[in-house]
Write a protein that binds this ligand. Sequence first.
Ligand code: RB5
Length: 144
Amino acid sequence: MNIAVGSDHAGFEFKKTVIAWLAGSGYEIEDMGPYDEGSVDYPDFARKVALAVAEGKSDSGILLCGTGIGVSIAANKIKGIRAALVCNPEFATLARQHNNANIICFPARFTDKATIEQSLHNWFATDFEGGRHELRVNKIEPCC
Ligand code: RB5
């Protein structure tokens, strides 16, 4: 599995945590930046990761910014993307089971290493449930 990863400056430190966990778990990683802690604009990196997932170059994506809100708003502008803001491991499980989310967004200023690692474990261990959730997910379409 190829996983695209990106952040802004606020998410830069925990991006290293994400990459270390992915590498240790045997995933192929596409680090889309940033590559230093200088100030950057989160939409630029959210877009890169979201396009990689939407175009099928990556199987799923991981984004981080201060709150996780900016990257999730930006990623969800790309057709086919279901980016979920994940604040705890249960969110990660439910975002897969109910929403078939394809990008996980972490709030780097409001989380910790253990929460990120357990959330990643749950995310990759959990499948979409389909059924009634599939009907609902299929109703998520751009309307204007
Ligand atoms: C950067 O200061 C901060 O605004 C950004 O990381 C993010 O929280 C935006 O949603």
